[in-house]
Design a protein around this ligand. Structure first.
Ligand code: GDP
Length: 297
């Protein structure tokens, strides 16, 4: 990544000797490239502006060591700042620091990948962390949503709360928690109903479930391809029900990851997991370094 970014910068710094202090003019010129890359990756404009001014401040006057070129020095400063803005190096794991059964509440708009991600997380917790997981669908809105989760559970070889036709979401949630307590489950993943767009009925329903089950994690599932809309969705859910993390799906698509940066910068909520395909195994940790290089192209 440094190579591609520093090669973009190389022309800019041609006139500058190998050693020296980065001047305001040099840095401004390089930031023009960074700004274009970020806008191209669909990062929200206020986030781009804030980022550029912070980086400029930190870079101007910095000494370039003789082991690297000025282009490489600025590329490193930009990359480090971007990783920091994406949440810093390393991953933020799901938290299970509570007495079992620990509830994970999955929220988001319809089509974001919520049900698929519930299945993926269930598989991961079972296979990698040897947790005893119960999946439960509270989605009584979309026909066949409960069946879809049951099928995913079967594929993942994870238990799924039996479907009781006509039972409302809050009662399903209570039944799931009761079952988990009685049968000794470590984790209960509750897949809530989505809507096509944010509406008050949706938020009220999710809020009521949250109050009832007191989940340890409330994870918003958003589609990375929806860019700025994903950020608006996150703000609305954060304000209405509170969030502990984001699962960003469809990172296998063309999205360059700008939504991830905007999301983190605007909502402050960590992106904990990334969907990288339709298969149940296609779930990854969120690595800020990888997304940074994707944004800078
Ligand atoms: P829900 O309405 O939010 O529950 O969404 P679904 O879980 O039903 O997912 C909608 C569609 O997106 C399905 O066809 C999934 O296979 C697909 N999908 C979910 N996550 C990903 C992902 O990370 N990458 C890709 N390419 N497709 C995904």
């Amino acid at each position: 990544m440094f190579e591609s970014l520093s090669s973009k910068f190389s022309g800019i710094f041609e006139g500058m000797s190998k050693r020296g202090l980065l001047s305001e003019a040099d840095v401004s010129e390089a930031m023009r490239e960074v700004r274009l890359a970020m806008l191209d990756a669909d990062v929200a404009l206020p986030v781009v502006k804030d980022f550029i001014s912070r980086v400029k401040e930190g870079a101007v006057g910095k000494e370039v060591l003789d082991t690297i070129s000025p282009g490489q020095a600025v590329a490193k400063i930009v990359n480090d700042a971007l990783v920091e803005s994406l949440g810093g190096a390393g991953v933020v794991p799901l938290s299970f620091n509570a007495a079992p059964p620990v509830a994970i509440l999955m929220v988001g708009l319809q089509g974001s990948g919520k049900t698929t991600s519930s299945g993926k997380i269930a598989l991961r917790l079972t296979a990698r962390e040897h947790k005893k997981v119960l999946l439960a669908s509270l989605d009584t809105q979309r026909p066949a949503a409960q069946l879809q989760l049951a099928q995913l559970a079967e594929q993942a070889k994870v238990a799924c709360l039996p479907i009781v036709s006509g039972q409302p979401p809050l009662e399903i949630a209570a039944r799931a928690m009761d079952t988990a307590r009685r049968e000794g489950y470590d984790v209960v993943i509750l897949d809530t109903a989505g809507r096509l767009s944010i509406d008050e009925a949706l938020m009220a329903e999710v809020g009521a479930v949250k109050t009832l089950v007191n989940p340890h994690e409330t994870l918003l599932v958003v589609d990375a391809m929806t860019g700025q809309d994903a950020v608006n969705t996150a703000q609305a859910f954060k304000a209405a029900v509170g969030l502990t993390g984001v699962v960003m799906t469809r990172m296998d698509g063309d999205a360059k990851g700008g939504a991830a940066l905007s999301m983190r910068a605007i909502t402050g909520t960590p992106i904990k997991l990334v969907g990288s395909g339709e298969k149940l195994t296609e779930l990854e940790e969120f690595y800020p370094e990888r997304v940074a290089s994707r944004i800078l192209g």
